[in-house]
Design a protein around this ligand. Structure first.
Ligand SMILES: C[S@@+](CC[C@H](N)C(=O)[O-])C[C@H]1O[C@@H](n2cnc3c(N)ncnc32)[C@H](O)[C@@H]1O
Length: 255
């Protein structure tokens, strides 16, 4: 896995300059380009990142998440916001024949996800149940809107990529997409720092520094920090459910 992050090591070399006030380490390393913009320009970087995310998330098996929070597969529809190549939503669809899914990510990622989906014969059985949507979660109304009550919007390893202001904008977009459907839920899958088990605590601190290197003001958050952001966006944090993997399931309801 680590070899896929070669560009991240280059950026980490600028960590000291960054914390001394020089800017975001990644941008110092890349010559001024933010990580997402840089990947949009360099397909190989994007491909490495997608593979790395897939491998990284294998550390937190989807089955552990579904076991901890069964509503994810019993909902009528999952909207995976920033869902990458779609591994998570695909696993949910394969598990639950009545489920429909929507995969939303940047257009270049969705293009790859669609190509990979068509190439894999195992997806034939799921045909027609997943829709693909390219766009930015910072653009008003760009993400798929709720189509009925009880649907679940998922943000898996998204919020930690952003500082509070941007994270709040993303959450507000999800809140707008849910609208008046009171039984819809937002499920945030992240590792809360304060909840981290001893064995994973150092990994989360590493991840926190990694976020700083890549995105400047991005960070790992505590449960209380998530709760505050959710409240500011019009959600109430209802439950925090641990899983047997890295993630906690933070269930939020629209208020
Ligand atoms: C850390 S990855 C997580 C991917 C996936 N949720 C997972 O758990 O494997 C962050 C994702 O956010 C997407 N992303 C970044 N900026 C975005 C934007 N402005 N709009 C939509 N998606 C974005 C990236 O393309 C990437 O797939």
């Amino acid at each position: 896995m680590v070899s896929l992050f070669w560009d991240h090591y280059g950026a980490a070399g600028r960590l000291l300059d960054g914390v001394r006030g020089g800017g975001t380490p990644y941008e110092l390393w890349s010559g001024g380009k933010g990580h997402w913009d840089h990947m949009a320009e360099v397909p190989e970087l994007q491909a490495r990142f997608n593979r790395a995310m897939t491998q990284f998330n294998n550390l937190s098996p989807v089955e552990a998440v579904f076991a901890a929070y069964p509503a994810l597969t019993s909902a009528p529809r999952l909207v995976d916001v920033g869902g990458g190549l779609g591994g998570f939503v695909r696993a949910a669809l394969a598990r639950s024949p009545g489920l429909r899914g929507a995969l939303f990510d940047r257009p270049q990622v969705i293009k790859r996800a669609q190509a990979a989906w068509v190439e894999d014969p195992q997806n034939a059985a799921l045909a027609g149940r997943l829709s693909f949507h390219g766009g930015s979660f910072f653009d008003a109304g760009a993400m798929p809107q709720a189509e009925g009550d009880g649907e679940i919007f998922v943000l898996r390893e998204i919020l930690h990529d952003w500082g509070d202001e941007d994270a709040l904008s993303i959450l507000r977009e999800v809140r707008a997409a849910i609208g008046a459907r009171a039984r819809c839920r937002l499920v945030v899958l992240e590792a809360c720092i304060s909840n981290a088990m001893a064995s994973t605590a150092s990994a989360r601190i590493n991840a926190d520094i990694h976020m700083l290197v890549q995105y400047g003001d991005a960070k790992e958050r505590t449960e209380a920090q998530f709760e505050g952001l959710l409240a500011a966006a019009g959600f109430e944090l209802r439950r925090v459910v641990p899983t047997k993997g890295l993630f906690f399931v933070l269930e939020a309801a629209p208020v």
